[in-house]
Design a protein around this ligand. Structure first.
Ligand code: 3EB
Length: 333
């Protein structure tokens, strides 16, 4: 079995029948593809098309489904799903804000689906929510999301430290809570960053509950190793560094990615990964910073495949966040 990641500005017309799922990043035009797709509605920066399709292809498609409000497709050992919940459908209670309740419900449904499909291992999660830095119900919305997410992990008897999925959590201008995920029938190897405190051990300064994600993950399919690098920002220890300095934040984020790559190379089974072979998605808070971001990253990551998007980052002082992935074939298989 093989999983392939392709990025294209004409994804819908290039249908091959082997699409597991994917994302449409940008301002969607035309009709949606037939496979589960996460719409990341946010302006692309420096692109020559309004939307880019990022699609996971597999040579062993099996079934599609729509259950628990999740659009999903699976192959033998692999499942991609997308859930969108409108937090307005969740009344505020004494215990939880609408966003917290929606976040908890989304993750509970994901875990129920994965249990039912017997693909229990969550590898990588893409989280998007509106107005991520806005405070409502006396708490920043990202922090509300973190409570709901962690509660679902606890209720579904999943650990909230150590073997947790790679992830990103990004703010969009509007739209529903949108969560896409890749899961498999074998556990991923979680990666942490020696330069950073693990997010699940962040102190309470960053919210009543720590975020439940790893800095990266190595996932395995027969003959293949996939490296996921979580959303990575200018954080050292647990603190933001270079506040107000977008070029400094670029360099520090790349240093953090390099550190996660170092862990992947220490723990992985394939040859070493290098920065320039990765596919990147870069979220830039202020569109006006884009030229500086591009010029700062160019000498560091060269001609790598990069999609730039204007979006909000989960701490008000973070000006950008970078996520990445790569795939290696395993020898002797
Ligand atoms: C950080 O390192 C930056 O809550 O799932 C990056 C990746 C971040 C994932 C998440 C948050 C998440 O804390 C923010």
């Amino acid at each position: 079995m093989n999983l392939q990641f392709v990025s294209s500005s004409s994804v819908v017309s290039r249908e091959t029948g082997s699409e597991l799922g994917g994302a449409l990043v940008g301002v969607p035009t035309g009709s949606a593809p037939a496979w589960p797709v996460q719409r990341v509605v946010a302006p692309l920066l420096g692109a020559n098309a309004p939307v880019v399709g990022e699609t996971w292809l597999t040579d062993q498609l099996m079934t599609s489904g729509h259950s628990e409000g999740i659009a999903w497709r699976r192959s033998n050992g692999l499942l991609y799903g997308v859930i969108e919940l409108d937090e307005h459908d969740f009344p505020a209670t004494e215990k939880a804000s609408p966003l917290q309740a929606a976040s908890e419900e989304a993750y509970r449904r994901i875990f129920r689906l994965l249990d039912a499909e017997q693909l229990p291992y969550l590898w990588r999660v893409w989280n998007y929510l509106a107005e991520i830095n806005v405070e409502t119900y006396a708490l920043e919305r990202y922090r509300q999301f973190n409570i709901g997410r962690q509660d679902a992990f606890l209720e579904c008897r999943r650990g909230t430290t150590g073997n947790v999925p790679a992830a990103c959590a990004i703010g969009l201008a509007g739209g529903p809570l949108s969560i896409a995920f890749l899961a498999g029938d074998t556990p991923a190897v979680p990666l942490e960053n020696p330069r950073q405190v693990s997010a699940y051990n962040y102190p309470a300064d960053y919210g009543p509950r720590s975020p439940t994600f790893s800095r990266g993950a190595l996932a395995y399919l027969p003959g293949q190793e996939i490296l996921f690098i979580s959303g990575t920002a200018s954080i050292v220890g647990h603190q933001t560094v270079f506040p107000g300095d977008v070029a400094g934040q670029c360099r520090e984020s790349v240093a953090n990615i390099q550190a996660v790559i170092g862990e992947a190379n220490r723990l992985g089974r394939s040859g070493p990964y290098s920065l320039t072979e990765l596919s990147f998605r870069v979220y830039v808070r202020h569109a006006g910073d884009f030229p500086v971001v591009r010029e700062t990253l160019l000498p560091l990551i060269g001609n790598a495949e990069i999609v730039y998007v204007q979006a909000d980052i989960c701490r008000h002082d973070l000006l950008l966040e970078i996520e990445a992935m790569a795939s290696h074939l395993l020898e002797g298989s």
